[in-house]
Design a protein around this ligand. Structure first.
Ligand SMILES: Cc1cc2nc3c(=O)[nH]c(=O)nc-3n(C[C@H](O)[C@H](O)[C@H](O)COP(=O)(O)O)c2cc1C
Length: 199
């Protein structure tokens, strides 16, 4: 199983990164690439549309380029973010905007031809795991789950899993949360069953 794990909180060892770590503990045999967005220099999508018209990848070259390339190759992408103002934090959103380039180059032609779906260049069968840490209660962010799930399916991921860390405020809160550790364990078991324990 090939995994890319991207963390994005300025609190490098905060709740979202720790919860992602709990998931990875259950996947010890995976081939793992890790990125922390605060170590990278990159910008969000520039809206040039080259990936829709002329290129089969994002034409912007910066530190997000290898992250996007690894996601194209991975079975499982883990994105860990704190919730800021009812959304993933800005650094994670900027990376997600670059996922626009996962849609197929002939997307506009197909839309014009009346094919109202979103052709993607990601291969079938990929999973994206969204690890979201926030202060509010568990059931508050269902609207966010719904929009993230929808957009990730659009971009070509076959499965969207959401690992939500609720009622987390100070950076150490996660360490007292056996319930979240258990959820991470359960999700790791699901991924092992989906992809096999080894590559
Ligand atoms: C700028 C900022 C905005 C926040 N906005 C929200 C919010 O809208 N909803 C919420 O539930 N928590 C909010 N929080 C709390 C964080 O989501 C929470 O502390 C989370 O556990 C942080 O994860 P981290 O430790 O990985 O950084 C906010 C925190 C900050 C610093």
């Amino acid at each position: 199983m090939k995994i890319v794990c991207v963390t994005s909180s300025p609190r490098r060892d905060g709740n979202s990164a720790t919860l992602a770590g709990m998931l990875l503990e259950g996947l010890p045999d995976a081939e793992l690439r890790r990125y922390h967005l605060w170590d990278l220099q990159f910008q969000g999508c520039r809206g040039c549309m080259a990936c829709r018209k002329t290129s089969d990848a994002c034409v912007a070259r910066d530190d997000a380029t290898p992250v996007l390339e690894d996601i194209v190759r991975a079975d499982v992408t883990v994105l860990a973010a704190p919730i800021y103002l009812h959304a993933v934090n800005g650094e994670m959103k900027s990376l997600m905007d670059r996922f626009f380039s996962f849609m197929a180059t002939d997307h506009f032609k197909r839309l014009a031809a009346g094919e109202m779906y979103f052709p993607t260049r990601l291969s079938q069968g990929k999973t994206i795991v969204l690890v979201l840490a926030h202060g509010r209660p568990a059931d508050f962010y269902h609207f966010l789950d719904a929009s993230l799930r929808d957009i990730m399916l659009d971009k070509g991921f076959s499965e969207v899993e959401i690992l939500r860390g609720n009622l987390l405020n100070s950076a150490r809160d996660i360490h007292a949360r056996e319930d979240l550790r258990e959820k991470a364990r359960e999700l790791a078991a699901t991924l092992r069953a989906r992809y096999g324990a080894t590559a």
